[in-house]
Design a protein around this ligand. Structure first.
Ligand SMILES: Nc1ncnc2c1ncn2[C@@H]1O[C@H](COP(=O)(O)OP(=O)(O)OP(=O)(O)O)[C@@H](O)[C@H]1O
Ligand SMILES: [Mg+2]
Length: 313
């Protein structure tokens, strides 16, 4: 119940004579004509006014316009494909990436996976394409019928999702972890892309790794996803071999997409990164920036999955 509604309830409970201040006879008839109305009627209209204000306040919370996602700016920053042909190719390639993720998220995979709706995009080293993959995977999943996607900026040091979506300065993940008075829903931003919500990184915090390890983290993730049956959480993250927090973040996930920059990241680095997430039930490996012929795709279609690689590679 809001403060205004509580005040209205209290006012209702008071005896009529206490509900409106007593005015002297001359004030009632001259300076305050409305006060000539019986006290109980005045009180009722005060209650109505308070209730109306409560309704207006609630409505004003609901009508916050969705956050505009500027696709032109995203293109300029190289975060979405530059033209329609590249967009179609990427869409095809991402289909192969998201199929097993969706199967697991809907319990249609080989075995049930705890927290399968939490998907973290990561890599061994910087600049392998994590943010590109997280953004395009989230957009692609948001186009799936019956799903909505909450894209969380879990790369606290770089916070590229926050930057490219123009969300700098907005409260986000760090704030809700550090301040128990904030509700997880307070940092969830509805966007104007259908079925896409975003959580920015929030204020930089030197205790990021400790906050990621806290019990509050699990509570916050439960609240981000738990009550929403069709909501998928997609996390961008920092490189697994570069910061401690991405490994901690991974421990809260059900599924991991490991992006590997083709021809650049060494086998040893990939093996070390895979080792750090080896406890997770599902790790998909995606080969990015592949130099294979364009007809075979630049991204994604060359993806392999760890389960398959374990045997043969
Ligand atoms: N498949 C792709 N197609 C086109 N451009 C891509 C692709 N993958 C990555 N890029 C480009 O490569 C650059 C690095 O990608 P991105 O920022 O996604 O990497 P990152 O792993 O998130 O880096 P960091 O570790 O610094 O956060 C970006 O300019 C991005 O536009
Ligand atoms: Mg990034």
């Amino acid at each position: 119940m809001s403060i205004v509604e509580k005040a209205a309830e209290k006012l209702k409970a008071l005896p009529p004579e206490a509900q409106a201040p007593k005015l002297a006879a001359h004030e009632e008839s001259e300076t305050h004509p409305a006060a000539a109305v019986p006290a109980s009627t005045r009180a009722a209209s005060t209650v109505e006014r308070l209730q109306e204000r409560a309704r207006t306040t609630e409505q004003s919370v609901e009508v916050v316009p969705p956050w505009h996602i500027d696709r032109v700016a995203l293109k300029r920053m190289g975060l979405v494909p530059a033209d329609a042909a590249a967009e179609r190719r990427l869409a095809d390639e991402l289909r192969g990436v998201k199929r097993p993720l969706l199967a697991n998220a809907t319990d249609k995979g080989a075995a049930p996976i705890a927290h399968a709706k939490r998907i973290m995009v990561t890599s061994a080293e910087p600049s392998e394409g994590k943010t590109f993959t997280a953004v395009n995977l989230a957009l692609s999943l948001a186009r799936e019928a019956d799903f909505e996607v909450l894209l969380v900026d879990g790369d606290i040091p770089k916070s590229d999702i926050t930057r490219v979506f123009g969300l700098g300065g907005q409260p986000g993940l760090m704030d809700v972890l550090a301040d128990e008075k904030l509700a997880p829903s307070d940092v969830v931003i509805q966007t104007d892309v259908p079925n896409l919500l975003v959580v920015p990184a929030g204020q930089q915090n030197p205790l990021a790794a400790e906050l990621f390890r806290s019990r509050r983290m699990e509570h916050v993730f439960e609240e981000f996803g738990g009550r929403h049956r069709r909501r998928l959480l997609v996390f961008d993250s920092s490189p697994l071999l570069a910061t401690p927090e991405s490994q901690v973040l991974a421990s809260h996930m059900g599924q991991v997409v490991m992006v590997v920059a083709a021809g650049r990241t060494g086998r040893q680095a990939v093996a070390s990164a895979l080792e750090k997430v080896s406890d997770l039930p599902y790790v998909g490996l995606v080969l990015n920036k592949s130099s294979l012929p364009a007809a075979m795709g630049y991204y994604g279609s060359q993806s392999h999955y760890l389960k398959a690689l374990k045997g043969g590679a």
